[in-house]
Design a protein. Structure first.
Length: 169
């Protein structure tokens, strides 16, 4: 129960940071995707089910606040949470390269799928421009910010894990 409350709190805080704080630190016209970092880290620590649930709730919040189509962000984040959840079996909690690599891959997949569903279907066919002026800078910025945020999420998840184990005894 405490974990659910903490994850909901993380989603709200990450959304607020992504939508109201980081626009002040915009670089190359993009802001980092903090919710994606949260979904990836939750999937790494708790597996596919937690990744899908966190992705769904994060995406639903984005859909209700800024989305044109309800369910698009939820589906994208669920997809990312599901496939990152596979790494829970091979993931070492002290490893930082695998999560950074998965954040990079997830951001690239997210950007390409977002382009297909929101931009390409509206008749704008300039994939090269979108890729080099939006996707690449956003991916780089998200990965750089994920170094800090992943460490915070890691400490929080490990603290919750210790608390849950202590409570079971």
């Amino acid at each position: 129960m405490i974990r659910c409350i903490v994850v909901l709190f993380e989603i709200v805080i990450c959304y607020l940071l992504q939508s109201s704080v980081f626009p002040w630190f915009e670089m190359a016209g993009v802001v980092p995707n903090i919710l994606l970092i949260l979904v990836v880290s939750t999937a790494f620590f708790k597996g596919q089910n937690a990744g899908v649930l966190t992705g769904f709730l994060s995406g639903l919040l984005m859909d209700f606040c800024i989305g044109d189509v309800i369910g698009l962000f939820a589906a994208l984040y669920m997809f990312i949470g599901y496939f990152n959840g596979y790494a829970v079996k091979i993931f070492d909690k002290d490893d930082y390269l695998l999560p950074l690599g998965m954040v990079t891959a997830s951001e690239l997949v997210y950007s390409i799928l977002y382009y297909i569903f929101m931009i390409l279907l509206r008749g704008k066919l300039n994939l090269g421009y979108y890729f080099f002026h939006v996707t690449v800078p956003r991916t780089i910025y998200t990965v750089l910010v994920s170094i800090l945020f992943y460490k915070i999420f890691q400490k929080l998840h490990l603290l919750l894990l210790r608390w849950e184990n202590k409570e079971k005894k």
